[in-house]
Design a protein around this ligand. Structure first.
Ligand code: Z5A
Length: 212
């Protein structure tokens, strides 16, 4: 049996790093040893690409180059790590995946959806997550949290309008694929957020019949 791909998505300061650790612990407690990866990055080549994408020195990077670099990193990650793990029956937990390109490069930068969908088909090998947790919160709240962390990377330097478009694109994707997405209200205190995350992932694991 092939493994399952779970992805975490959301805007700035949504709490993905915190949630990722909780999901990993929950899976481990169920006897599922998931491979954890992040995007952009996750492979030696991908981490170099991540540097180009996020370093403020490349502030002039055009939207087309940004989109292609996101998918260059993803193409390598899918073939080097995710596909082999899934084919071997292992579960994979990814901090962001293709939905982020639809949200940031599509919604944020205005790149055409059909162009991104075509890249998803060939560069990402048509791979779609089995479960996606969308951590959704008002942009102002997310930026307030993120600002507390120090210097911003190239994409974090965008304005609030950009992040409103990102949020709207994420919500539109979740609305279009309700069977795959679980929208988590991430604007609440952490314990409430984690309660919903545990419930969503627990129900998904039950539904797959996976157990230790
Ligand atoms: N990107 C893209 O454009 N296209 C793509 O296809 C892909 C990515 C794959 C990756 O940067 C950037 O690449 C990202 C999208 C873009 N851009 N931006 N901007 P990253 O991986 O370095 O950063 P990130 O993905 O945006 O994650 P993050 O900034 O680290 O945020 P987070 O992981 O969601 O948040 P956090 O660090 O867990 O929490 C932020 C703070 O809030 C922290 O102090 C927490 O303690 C606090 N927190 C968390 N939850 C709560 C609650 N519930 N209440 C109060 N405080 C909280």
């Amino acid at each position: 049996m092939t493994g399952k791909l779970i992805t975490l998505e959301g805007g700035e300061g949504a709490g993905k790093s915190t949630v990722l650790n909780v999901v990993r612990e929950l899976l481990t407690a169920r006897g599922i040893d998931a491979l954890v990866v992040r995007e952009p990055g996750g492979t030696p080549a991908g981490e170099e690409i991540r540097g180009v994408l996020l370093d403020t020195v490349h502030h002039g990077l055009c939207a087309e180059a940004e989109l292609l670099l996101m998918f260059a990193s993803r193409a390598q990650l899918v073939r080097e790590k995710i596909r082999p793990a899934l084919d071997a029956g292992r579960w994979v937990l990814s901090d962001r995946f293709t939905d982020a390109s639809f949200a940031y490069q599509g919604g944020g930068r205005g790149q055409p959806q059909e162009r991104i969908a075509e890249l998803e088909r060939w560069a990402a090998d048509g791979l779609k997550p089995d479960l996606t947790l969308l951590l959704d919160l008002p942009v102002a709240e997310g930026l307030k949290r993120a600002n507390g962390r120090g210097s911003a990377d190239r994409i974090e330097m965008e304005n609030a309008d950009f992040f409103e478009r990102v949020r709207a694109a994420y919500r539109a994707r979740a609305a279009a694929e309700p069977a795959r997405f679980r929208i988590i209200d991430a604007g609440r205190p952490l314990e409430a957020v984690l309660g919903d995350v545990r419930a969503a992932v627990g129900a998904f694991v039950e539904a797959t019949g996976a157990r230790a």
